[in-house]
Design a protein around this ligand. Structure first.
Ligand code: ATP
Length: 268
């Protein structure tokens, strides 16, 4: 199960160039996450400069959190495990316990490695008295495995969580994620950059006005913009396909007419 969620650096298909409008965030990630991995001997020297073992990306859906997590792994030459939290919550406790231990042990084997957990709050939300006993034990086990990484200065495994609801995260989890980044809804300028990136190798009209497109898509996330461009591209191809079909039908029709004409001549 875990192997199917694992991507080694060579197979990660995105990098910084696939992210538009978030240069400041990329710079922060370079300094906070990547530099300590690449220059581990310098950072691991003191307890005060330990690289973060937990990173939280928070912000509205579709604004690039998964993209950023994958690109960070690619740029830092780290393996990437995309941990589907439903695997840790759907199964019987004994199984999830083994699975959680297996994820951490695989990550350690593959280090440097990022374990990405989307919607981390759904699994590690604030504990309540109403928590099912198995859920509470799962969380405790997860945190103790995580602490194993934190206390080992030589370990280069990072748990990178993403959430739209950071306020729902357990405080104990928040403390384990000292590096926290907000990935916001894109501004006008950011939407302009994202549109330029999405359409960079598409056959767009020479007079396309990216500024106008950006200002008329207020409230769109990066994912919405991608969907908008996809639909526009599909409409264009459909138009072309329709025109081509109509042309082919006309050609067939006139070929048929010619055949009928010549048949008639033959009969005569
Ligand atoms: P969710 O919270 O729903 O999981 P997310 O924040 O993880 O969403 P992604 O899955 O990373 O969002 O982004 C979805 C898609 O939107 C990307 O694959 C990409 O096509 C596009 N996208 C989003 N933000 C950007 C951006 N800043 N630059 C380029 N593309 C973007």
């Amino acid at each position: 199960i875990i192997a199917s969620q694992l991507v080694v650096p060579d197979e990660i298909s995105v990098n910084w160039k696939d992210i538009a409008g978030l240069d400041y965030l990329i710079q922060e990630l370079r300094e906070t996450v990547i530099l300590p991995i690449q220059k581990r001997e310098l950072f691991a020297d003191s307890r005060l400069t330990q690289p973060p073992k937990g990173v939280l990306l928070h912000g509205p859906p579709g604004c690039g959190k998964t993209l950023i997590a994958k690109a960070t792994a690619k740029e830092a030459n780290m393996s990437f495990i995309n941990l589907d939290v439903s695997l840790l919550t759907d199964k019987w406790y004994g199984e999830t316990q083994k699975l959680a231990a297996a994820v951490f042990s695989l990550a350690v084997k593959l280090q440097p490695c990022i374990v990405f957990i989307d919607e981390i709050e759904s699994f590690l939300r604030t504990r309540t008295q109403h928590d099912h006993e198995a859920t509470a034990m799962m969380k405790t086990q997860f945190m103790s495995l995580w602490d194993g990484l934190i206390t080992d200065p030589t370990c280069t495994v990072i748990i990178m969580g993403a959430t739209n609801r950071p306020q729902d995260l357990d405080k104990a989890i928040q403390r384990r994620m000292p590096a926290t980044f907000h990935v916001p809804m894109p501004s006008d300028t950011q939407r302009e950059r994202i549109l330029q990136l999405i359409l960079r190798s598409e056959p767009v009209a020479p007079d396309i006005d990216f500024k106008r497109l950006a200002s008329s898509t207020e409230g769109f996330s990066g994912s919405d913009l991608h969907e908008l461009c996809r639909q526009a591209a599909v409409y264009r191809v459909r138009d072309l396909a329709r025109e081509e079909m109509a042309r082919e039908m006309n050609e067939n029709q006139s070929a048929q007419n010619n055949t009928t004409d010549s048949d008639e001549e033959y009969v005569d």
